[in-house]
Design a protein around this ligand. Structure first.
Ligand code: NOJ
Ligand code: CA
Length: 679
């Protein structure tokens, strides 16, 4: 910086970065506390600039942090503001999920709504709504209708998050080529660059905070960019037009969310983002059935068969019948088939323009297979890989969904395999291609278009290479699962594979966002290139720990035949839950979760460790007092180890009651799964 510029910037406060200087000592103009007075949010103004502060038991967690926008063709919407109005309200209701980790969700918060208006010239206004729960805070901007701000083109959102206490962060990079499929970094918060949300931190004093967002609708996803020290700024995912978001007022932004709790377990237990989403808009969705599914999938990733046509083609009629039989024999509802349609020959990565979503390959008889599946009480699970050619897919969307609906396909896995920033968009047929990000405003619209079109036909959607989950399953309960992190496929060909700590990182980061189609259950513990760094018992525990209402039974039928003891748990485990309890856990170290089946008195428990062995004491107080349960225990064998004794495994049974304490001995890279059947 030149001396002259330095002098000017000191005197007039101009900076090179778009992020403003941190507020000094704002005057508090409005405040709100959570129902049990755990959290408090204060809205401040300093020389006309607005900020918010979050305190927990009086201690500042989020120091004064800026609010505002850079708008295209208009003055920055951040200065010369006054508090024009404020109002408060309280809310306490319990609502029911059609499916989920728990049947009932309590939504209990106090709300503060402030209107900030410019004193100069345009006198534009915006509102900020804060909802303060005992376990977190959500806030969103509202752009009301006003003649001087009809069309809002957002070049930059200026929201900041200035973490006060020193903290450690678990995060993956944002704005990089591979969307969300990174291993988690654990670093001091001061070493984060630009992160996706959820980003989870633990302060020096043990307070856990997860930054995320809720109700990402018709807006760009928020990344977190570190400005300096522990000060972060909202960085909106880009759009091909150069701005980040374009909307007509009135509209609201997504909620910016902070789950705040004493422990990692309590962080997971929070329903903050679901509560901030709108209630179910689809009405009765009992047509969606939480279920397990098998499929022509792992064999593709092992390269035993191919998506492409030819001698190795996996999606043949005969092979699919084999999976249908396997599903029917073992009570699995779904059979996924990838590579069933035209377009897979050649290089489809990042170019899906050859995909035809209504034309099956010559060796795949869709009508006959759908009829055969039906006769055996099984449903085909559809697959729409776009290769990132999203406009091409949208042109076929209606016909593609109709075809599947006609054949009883009621869940579709979609896919967006293309580098980040490489989603192909054509506004006009034959016009120039634009390139979009997987989580920009354009893709946020696309995903909802697919979900709502599918809902009309009673089809559920499970996107891979998706936009992140922000709790929209509450509003659109047919958006049932998604990928959006490194899944099991990395065990087949990843370099590196997912290390033992990966899933215990996921639970307290990615899984805070919502269900993940992780595709567990690889009992053969062997990828294409390397052994899988997991014990056998861990593969079972994943069904309880990594939540999804559709869970893949991902390994090959012949591999399950070699592990019938472990396979029993996979057949028995439920997928839809009345209640969930996180019994213990530390980010990246270990976790134990118990969930009660929604359709019976049966409880399930899953426990995972990282690369270290652990002894975990688990009180069974979640069981109904006075009842005796048969605990069917699937555990690591005495010498189990993810490196060299992966298959060391034991099963045992014993009677237990709620007053009992179980001692779980988890091997390095291991796990434990238990089914508690009421006697
Ligand atoms: C990536 C998905 O994650 C994987 O499950 C799928 O098999 C391939 N894309 C092909 O669509
Ligand atoms: Ca993927």
């Amino acid at each position: 910086m030149s001396r002259r510029f330095w002098w000017w910037s000191c005197v007039f406060g101009v900076g090179v970065a778009t992020a403003a200087e941190p507020p000094k000592r704002p005057e508090v103009v409005a405040s709100v506390t959570s129902p049990d007075k755990v959290l408090r949010v204060e809205v401040g103004l300093d020389e006309g600039r607005a900020s918010y502060t979050i305190k927990r038991f009086g201690e500042t967690l989020i120091a004064p942090s800026r609010l505002g926008f850079l708008l295209r063709g208009a003055e920055k919407l951040e200065r010369n503001l006054v508090l024009a109005a404020q109002s408060g309200s309280s809310h306490d209701e319990t609502w029911e999920q059609p499916w989920g980790e728990s049947r009932l969700v309590r939504n209990h918060y106090n709300e503060l709504r402030v209107t900030l208006t410019e004193t100069l010239k345009a006198k534009r206004s915006f509102e900020v709504i804060f909802r303060v729960f005992d376990d977190g805070v959500g806030f969103r901007y509202v752009f009301p209708e006003q003649p001087q701000l009809r069309e809002v083109i957002i070049d930059d959102e200026l929201t900041e998050f200035h973490v006060a206490p020193e903290a450690t962060a678990w995060w993956i990079p944002a704005g990089e080529w591979n969307r969300y499929e990174y291993l988690y970094n654990r670093t001091p918060l001061t070493e984060v660059g630009q992160a996706h949300t959820p980003m989870t931190i633990r302060t020096r004093d043990g307070v856990h905070i997860a930054f995320h967002e809720a109700a990402l609708i018709d807006y760009a996803a928020m990344w977190l960019r570190r400005v300096e020290g522990q000060r972060f700024k909202a960085q909106l995912s880009p759009a091909s037009e150069g701005w980040k978001v374009r909307r007509a007022a009135p509209f609201s932004t997504p909620w910016r969310t902070l789950r705040i709790a004493d422990s990692a377990a309590a962080l997971y237990a929070s329903n903050l983002e679901l509560n901030l989403n709108e209630p179910n808009r689809l009405g009765d969705v009992s047509w969606f059935r939480p279920a397990k599914y098998v499929g022509v999938w792992w064999e593709l990733h092992l390269e035993r068969s191919s998506w492409a046509r030819g001698a190795k083609h996996g999606a043949t009629t005969a092979n699919t019948r084999r999976y249908i039989d396997f599903a029917a024999e073992h009570g699995f509802r779904g059979v996924l088939v990838e590579g069933w349609n035209h377009g897979w020959d050649g290089n489809w990565f990042g170019d899906g323009n050859d995909f035809d979503f209504t034309r099956a390959t010559e060796d795949f008889d869709l009508p006959a297979l759908a009829a055969y599946a039906k006769s055996r009480g099984v449903h085909l699970v559809g697959h729409h890989e776009t290769g990132g050619a999203v406009s091409h897919y949208e042109r076929q969307l209606g016909a593609a969904l109709d075809l599947y609906a006609k054949h009883g396909v009621d869940v579709i896995k979609t896919g967006y395999v293309a580098d980040a920033g490489q989603i192909e968009r054509f506004d006009r047929q034959g016009g120039p291609a634009l390139r979009e990000w997987h989580d920009g405003q354009w893709q946020s619209r696309h995903h909802l278009r697919v979900v709502t079109e599918a809902a009309k036909r009673h089809i559920a959607i499970n996107p891979h290479e998706p936009i992140k989950d922000t709790g929209l399953r509450r509003t659109y309960p047919n958006w049932v699962s998604r990928e959006g992190a490194r899944g099991m496929e990395y065990a087949a060909w990843g370099n590196p594979q997912n290390p033992p700590e990966h899933e215990v990182n996921l639970v307290f980061t990615r899984m805070l966002a919502g269900p993940m189609d992780y595709t567990p259950g690889i009992v053969s513990l062997q990828g294409r290139t390397h052994p899988i760094p997991s014990t056998l018992a861990k593969q079972l525990a994943l069904y309880v720990v990594i939540y999804s209402p559709i869970q893949m039974v991902a390994d090959l039928p012949e591999h399950y035949a070699e592990h019938t003891d472990a396979f029993q748990f996979i057949q028995d485990v439920a997928v839809d839950w009345a209640e969930t309890r996180v019994l213990n856990g530390e980010i990246g170290d270990y976790v134990t979760i118990a969930r009660k089946d929604r359709n019976s008195e049966t409880w399930f428990l899953g426990s995972l460790s990282d690369e270290h062995g652990r002894v975990l004491q688990v009180p069974l107080s979640f069981l109904t007092p006075g009842k005796t349960y048969r605990a069917e225990i699937y555990r690591d064998g005495d010498d189990a180890h993810y490196r060299d004794h992966r298959f060391a495994f034991a099963t045992e049974q014993r009677d237990v009651q709620s007053s009992d304490m179980l001692i779980l001995r988890i091997a390095p890279g291991g796990g434990q799964a238990i089914r508690f059947v009421a006697r």
